[in-house]
Design a protein around this ligand. Structure first.
Ligand SMILES: [Zn+2]
Length: 283
């Protein structure tokens, strides 16, 4: 019996010495996805659609830095993430890509993601946290706001999409993890170039940490962002770096560059990631 504490201490020492698990970087994953934007399956003056795999498509509008949409098809239904800014024929286009009924969900409420075309669906699935943005950015939608919940699994038939709340960019920013195809869809929460922080640095840091835990658990190497132009997949390493920079900002370790945006006047860049924010975010 006396030996037990020693064994326990030795085990703890080994556990403590275990090197930090390597996070997946952009370089680890990009090569096979660099050609997504070349695989165009539909194109007109308001949107272009590209095939990611046999049952997954990326679409982008043409008004706000390639504002992205993703169509994810299962055996019984399909999920459309976001609706772009102004895409008058969105429903017609996505219905030409899949013959399954299409559920529309918003990654967050901003005009380049929940634009005019949301009116083509009677129900919009969204995070209730972004109701605060509805009066300014989505005042005309007459349909039902159906609320997603954190940890919800959307069953598309043989394909399951896990809903992970990742507030930071907005209070209701949400990431969707495809458990079978191993894709993440992080929209503007992570990956759309500069992270525009409309909440707080603590929120950003905890979302980053939490999302990485889910990505590792479900073997998801990267996320497709909300503004995708072919070479900006968001890796685990970059998400982690965003969290690190948020904490450094909280500790006062950076002098921000001043920007011309009155809502988010500060910008900090470190480890290749950029965060734009204001005074209210320093908490
Ligand atoms: Zn946004």
């Amino acid at each position: 019996m006396k030996k037990l504490p020693i064994l326990f201490a030795a085990a703890m020492l080994v556990a403590c010495q275990k090197p930090a698990e390597k996070l997946i970087t952009r370089a680890d994953v990009e090569p096979q996805y660099l050609t997504v934007m070349d695989r165009t399956v539909y194109e007109d003056s308001t949107s272009a659609w590209h095939q990611i795999d046999e049952h997954t498509w990326h679409g982008n509008g043409r008004l706000v830095y390639n504002e992205s949409m993703y169509l994810i098809e299962g055996d019984s239904m399909a999920l459309l993430l976001d609706a772009g800014t102004v895409i008058p024929n969105l429903r017609e286009v996505v219905e030409s890509l899949t013959d399954k009924p299409i559920m529309l969900a918003a990654t967050h409420v901003h005009p380049d993601h929940t634009g005019a075309a949301i009116s083509q669906w009677d129900t919009l699935w969204m995070n209730a946290g972004d109701e605060v943005n509805v009066p300014e950015f989505m005042p005309d939608y007459k349909g039902v706001h159906a609320y997603l919940y954190d940890g919800q699994v959307i069953d598309l038939g043989g394909r399951h999409i896990l809903v992970v709340f990742t507030p930071g960019h907005t209070p209701g920013s949400t990431t969707f993890l495809d458990l079978e195809h191993h894709y993440g869809f992080s929209a503007d929460a992570f990956g759309s170039n500069n992270l525009l922080v409309f909440t707080t640095m603590t929120t950003v840091s905890s979302s980053a940490e939490r999302l990485i835990r889910f990505m590792k658990r479900h073997d998801i190497p990267f996320c497709f962002p909300g503004h995708f132009w072919g070479d900006n997949l968001e890796s685990q390493q970059r998400i982690s770096d965003v969290g690190r920079v948020a904490e450094e900002i909280l500790r006062g370790e950076h002098t921000p560059v001043m920007m011309e945006n009155p809502r988010l006047p500060y910008m900090v860049e470190n480890y290749g990631v950029m965060l734009n924010y204001n005074d209210e975010a320093i908490q």
